[in-house]
Design a protein around this ligand. Sequence first.
Ligand code: 6GU
Length: 228
Amino acid sequence: MKISAITIFPEYFAPLELSLIGKAKESGLIDFAILNLRDFTDDNHHTVDDTPYGGGAGMVMKAEVWGDAIDSVLPTSQTISDLIILTPAGKKFSQKMATEFARSEHLIFACGRYEGIDSRVTTFYQSQPKVRVHEVSIGDYVLNGGEVAALAITEAVVRLIPGVIGNPESLIEESHNEAGLVEYPTFTKPPEWRGLQVPEVLTSGNHGAIAKWRLEQAEIRSQNARGD
Ligand code: 6GU
């Protein structure tokens, strides 16, 4: 998979060198291109934003600059690119979306700042046959820009690519949870810590009882965490 990210703060993407994602890059499973949006400006001040039509607070990122930057990462081949435009107004990111993006050949993250990107950028790329456009948010709160959201989505997606995770069994267990259950509580040695015991059933060796207990606990946790 190729992952392109367009940003005015390329430094935000330094953590991609770390851990599992860093290894996936070294082994050639993913190929990153981090582009500085300002490289696609043509004025001396490298201007990426301007005042909004219709008035109002804040600045809007310019369509021409974004268009040139996105065009520069679109392959000339028949490859379909998924253009992910990060905005708090987007569709809420989910594990289901992560599995969908994990099957992509090319993800492009467009990291907006300020009051967002000129809306014509979304409209234009929706009309392009080799581009699927997704406006995505990572939750109901406001960040200063899309960079942190792009990192979160990258981590959720890359770990689903075959070969990235050493123990794929953990993925299978998680996928059973896609229905909405969160995971059960986990314990390791020692059996007592600061007066707290590990639940007896887990040391019983009774696999049926353990599975039943874990399911009950996952249901209680899901209820508490999500209220559903
Ligand atoms: Cl994708 N961008 C910004 N600026 N804020 C957010 C977000 C994205 N997702 C949640 N909050």
